[in-house]
Design a protein around this ligand. Structure first.
Ligand SMILES: NC(=O)C1=CN([C@@H]2O[C@H](COP(=O)(O)OP(=O)(O)OC[C@H]3O[C@@H](n4cnc5c(N)ncnc54)[C@H](O)[C@@H]3O)[C@@H](O)[C@H]2O)C=CC1
Ligand SMILES: Nc1nc(O)c(N)c(N[C@@H]2O[C@H](COP(=O)(O)O)[C@@H](O)[C@H]2O)n1
Length: 219
């Protein structure tokens, strides 16, 4: 499996304001780049915090280009949601693309059934919290090889903590958001003694911002 994390942050490292409302940090050029990356992967992954904050569709991409690359269909959408907090009327349960809900045993069986009735494929991995290596392994067994993780900060941290990330792309927009409670690129508990090592692969000006690309050196 290949896991790319992509996000847009402010110059001070924030993904959104402390109100956690959806915020346009990327410019048109970066959104077009993200659309191309979406067209190249098998699935796009977000945390339930992002679903609740943004209600994303995750299907914005260049359909013509997708048909050139992979004529078999659209990328799946994946929500990491330990307790089944995804609203049943969320945009990504619209049926426009296959949707997976990665959850834990903390989600009651009847709630899992409600997601299945809404069209989602439910994968249970972990007791209290989604066990990401197990859940991503289950996706791999479904034929999902290329994952694009779009956030938010808590999920991105967990992906690094579990050493699941192969590549990191960050668009740095020309704004300052501030706020100690605003989500950052990697939240969670933070690393203390050892830190994921990155090798810089690219620096590119895109509109008013900068795209930074790293390879992650997992041991
Ligand atoms: N600027 C950007 O590129 C992006 C910004 N965002 C912003 O980020 C904010 C949401 O980020 P967060 O609150 O950090 O939520 P998140 O989207 O990272 O979701 C975190 C939630 O996922 C669930 N979860 C289940 N298993 C987990 C595991 N093993 N590890 C981590 N989480 C697990 C938990 O319920 C946890 O609360 C929103 O304000 C959204 O607008 C989100 C994506 C991209
Ligand atoms: N690349 C990027 N730049 C920004 O400025 C953003 N705010 C985000 N957010 C991510 O995109 C999702 C929304 O996608 P749709 O418009 O619904 O397709 C949002 O949920 C974040 O994951 N990304």
């Amino acid at each position: 499996m290949h896991v790319l994390v992509n996000a847009a942050m402010s110059a001070d490292g924030k993904l959104a304001t402390h109100r956690r409302e959806q915020l346009r940090i990327s410019g048109d050029a970066d959104f077009a780049r993200v659309d191309r990356r979406r067209a190249e992967v098998d699935a796009i992954v977000v945390g339930v915090g992002t679903v609740i904050a943004d209600d994303p569709s995750l299907i914005r991409f260049d359909r013509e280009r997708r048909s050139e690359i992979e004529p078999t269909g659209v990328p799946a959408r994946v929500v990491v949601d330990s307790r089944g907090r995804t609203p049943l009327d969320a945009g990504l349960l619209s049926g426009d693309a296959p949707t997976y809900l990665l959850t834990s045993e903390a989600t009651p069986p009847e709630r899992r059934d409600a997601f299945r009735d809404a069209g989602a494929r439910v994968i249970v991995a972990g007791t209290d919290r989604v066990n990401l290596p197990d859940a991503f392994g289950a996706l791999e067994r479904e034929g999902i090889e290329r994952l694009l993780v779009e956030g938010g900060g808590e999920l991105i941290f967990s992906c690094f903590e579990a050493e699941l990330v192969d590549e990191l792309s960050v668009y740095v927009g020309s704004l300052v958001i501030g706020g100690q409670d605003a989500p950052t690129l990697a939240d969670g508990n933070g690393f203390v003694e050892s830190f994921p090592a990155l090798t810089l692969r690219g620096v590119e000006r895109l509109g008013d911002g900068v795209l930074l690309r790293w390879r992650v050196e997992n041991e």
